[in-house]
Design a binder for this molecule. Structure first.
Ligand code: HPA
Length: 275
C-alpha cells in the first residue's frame, strides 16, 4: 500500500500537534552541530515517519527536530537522504514536503562540498547562487500533483536572490567571509576523477557534492523559497596533493560548521522576523 502525505502528517502531528515552523533547515554531513542550537526541541526519528527510509551514512543522525532558533520556530532535518544510499526520490519528496505541510515558507539547504576553486579551501563557506544537475534523473519525474506544484517548474531564481542578499548582509555583520558559487550535484558515492573535475570546472561549477540539488528542486516545486549554503571540506580531486576521504570531509566540515553555527541562527532570526 502506498503511503499518503496525510498518513505521514498524521504521525508527525501526534508528536507535535500545534507546532508551525517558519523555516526548514536541512543539515548535511558534519553539520549537525547546528541542531544543538535548537531550544525546546521535539525529536522525531525518521524511522517513525511513514514513507521515509533512514540514512545509513556516518555523520547523519536522521532526526526531524521541531524547535526554536533565536526564538523563531523551525523544523530541522538532521541527516539527509542520499540517492547513493538507495534512497528513493519518493522518500526525498516526502521529507521535504513535510516542511511545507507543517507551514514553513523557507528552506535552508546545507551540505558538505569539494571546492573547484584552489583559492577557496577547506573550512570556507559558499553561498549557492545556482546549480548544475548531474544526478541521474529529476525528483519531479512521474505524475504531477498540481495541488503541490506545477508540471514544468522554473528554476530561474532557485536560490532566492532576496534571501542571498540577507545572508550576505548577516555574514558581513558577523565578520564571517562567505563565497558564492554554482553547485554541481553528482550521484556518488565514489568521489570524482581529476579529469571529471577539470570538465566540471569548464562547465562553470564552483563546488561539487552528492546532494542538495534534488532537495532544492522538490522544495521549489512545493513553493518553498530556498537558501543554499555549503561547507567546503576539501579541494576537489586533483587540485590538492591531499587525498579526499569521507573522514577528512567530516573533520574539515566541522571547521566550516562552526561558522554556520553562527551564520544560520542569525540568518534565521533576520528572515523569521521579516516573514
Ligand atoms: N566530491 C563530492 N562530494 C563531496 C566532496 C567532493 O570532493 N567533498 C564533500 N562532499
Amino acid at each position: 500500500m502506498s503511503i499518503t502525505m496525510q498518513q505521514t502528517m498524521a504521525v508527525i502531528r501526534k508528536f507535535a500537534p500545534n507546532f508551525t515552523p517558519k523555516i526548514g533547515i536541512i543539515l548535511g554531513s558534519g553539520l549537525s552541530m547546528v541542531a544543538e542550537e535548537l531550544t525546546h526541541p521535539i525529536t522525531i526519528p525518521y524511522q517513525a515517519i511513514p514513507g521515509i527510509h533512514a540514512s545509513s551514512v556516518v555523520g547523519h543522525a536522521s532526526l526531524l527536530l521541531l524547535g526554536y532558533l533565536q526564538d523563531i520556530p523551525v523544523v530541522c532535518l538532521k541527516g539527509r537522504l542520499h540517492l547513493y544510499e538507495g534512497a528513493s526520490y519518493e522518500s526525498l519528496c516526502t521529507l521535504i514536503r513535510i516542511v511545507r505541510q507543517l507551514g514553513a515558507s523557507e528552506l535552508i539547504v546545507t551540505g558538505a562540498v569539494g571546492s573547484l576553486k584552489p583559492e577557496v579551501g577547506h573550512g570556507e563557506v559558499v553561498l549557492l547562487n545556482d546549480h548544475i544537475n548531474f544526478q541521474p534523473g529529476n525528483p519531479l519525474v512521474g505524475i504531477n500533483d498540481e495541488s503541490i506544484g506545477p508540471r514544468f517548474l522554473s528554476l530561474e531564481n532557485a536560490y532566492d536572490e532576496e534571501l542571498r542578499g540577507i545572508f550576505l548582509r548577516v555574514a558581513t555583520q558577523l565578520n564571517i567571509p562567505v563565497h558564492q558559487g554554482v553547485y554541481i550535484s553528482l550521484l556518488g558515492p565514489s568521489f570524482e576523477t581529476p579529469a571529471e573535475i577539470r570538465a566540471y570546472r569548464m562547465l562553470g561549477a564552483d563546488v561539487v557534492g552528492m546532494a542538495v540539488v534534488p532537495d532544492v528542486i522538490i522544495a521549489r516545486h512545493c513553493g518553498l523559497r530556498v537558501t543554499g549554503v555549503c561547507a567546503v571540506t576539501n579541494l576537489a580531486v586533483g587540485l590538492s596533493p591531499e587525498r579526499v576521504t569521507h573522514e577528512a570531509t567530516l573533520h574539515y566540515g566541522e571547521i566550516a560548521a562552526r561558522k554556520l553555527v553562527k551564520l544560520i541562527p542569525a540568518f534565521v532570526k533576520e528572515v523569521g522576523l521579516a516573514i
